[in-house]
Design a protein around this ligand. Structure first.
Ligand code: FE2
Length: 290
């Protein structure tokens, strides 16, 4: 049986280099959104819905029906617009079941009180390896692909795999593994799982930063291309070689600009922390805590 071919549209956010994907069932109006963005200016503390509105307008213009608002993981570089989109278009918000581990870790980092549930109940659905779900007549398969974070998932929808921050474009490589709960060795094994999908599988990556010699942003490649040419993992790199390279490189990377607000919001399925006694909402900065 040949795999179904969902129609995939990428929306690129310049501010955070994130790609949000709209995945449409060719046989109906059903669609899913993968990794949405709520714009946030940290200096002023102001949110903006420009990025999400662009996708909402597109979906309304085409008369699509949103069944799922998916997260590949708890992002550390942008805030999720999942609740904003859900309020306007419906759909269920899904993430990996290991979100509970992430909530536990960052619940401590941000000294959240007991009202912050660490059971993933802020999300509509928690997925584990082997789960399947429908987007109209399309079937989506869930792969647990940890390493960048403990909860990372890859959604395989027909012939398309949404790999989040496991693999990037072949000329850019792979994601960092130095956040709490990350592991280069674990990421290596997760990537092998993705690379064991059929060669023609389309791979859609969650971020792009261009690469030396490339002037355009790009987010679509294939399993065959990644296996042959990925600069961190291609050509049969061993686990030891990969781990050594990844760990050395991670030591040179600065924290993402929006990691502090992103984690506090995304571990709550994109909701802001509850308002304080004055009715206003605040985000914390743990001093020397990250
Ligand atoms: Fe990430």
């Amino acid at each position: 049986m040949t795999a179904e071919k969902p129609e995939v549209t990428g929306f690129f956010d310049d501010a955070t280099n994130t790609v949000t994907f709209l995945v449409k069932d060719p046989g109906s109006n059903a669609c899913a959104i993968v990794d949405s963005v709520l714009d946030f200016d940290y200096a002023s503390g102001r949110t903006d819905t420009r990025s999400a509105d662009r996708i909402i307008t597109h979906i309304r213009d085409k008369g699509l029906s949103v069944e799922w608002i998916l997260e590949t993981h708890v992002h550390a570089d942008h805030l999720s617009a999942a609740p904003y989109i859900q309020e306007r278009l419906g759909g269920k918000i899904g993430i990996g079941q290991k979100i509970t581990v992430v909530q536990d870790t960052f619940g401590k980092v941000f000294n959240e009180g007991t009202e912050f549930q660490r059971d993933g109940s802020q999300f509509d659905r928690l997925f584990t390896e082997g789960d399947t779900f429908a987007i109209g007549s399309l079937t989506a398969d869930v792969l647990h692909t940890p390493g960048h974070t403990p909860a990372c998932l890859t959604y395989v929808i027909g012939d398309a795999a949404f790999v989040g921050d496991t693999l990037f474009m072949p000329d850019f490589g792979t994601a960092r593994c130095d956040f709490p709960g990350g592991s280069a060795e674990t990421l290596f094994h997760s990537i092998q799982k993705i690379l064991s999908l059929p060669d023609a599988t389309r791979i859609f990556v969650g971020h792009d930063y261009k690469a030396p010699g490339r002037d355009e942003f790009a987010w679509e490649t294939t399993v065959a291309e990644e296996k042959a040419r990925n600069v961190h993992i291609g050509g049969g790199r061993t686990s030891e070689e990969f781990v050594e390279m990844r760990e050395a490189r991670d030591k040179t990377l600065a924290m993402p600009k929006l990691i502090i607000p992103s984690l506090q919001v995304n571990m709550r399925a994109g909701q802001m922390p509850p308002p304080e006694e004055d009715g206003k909402t605040y985000l914390k900065v743990p001093v020397n805590g990250l």
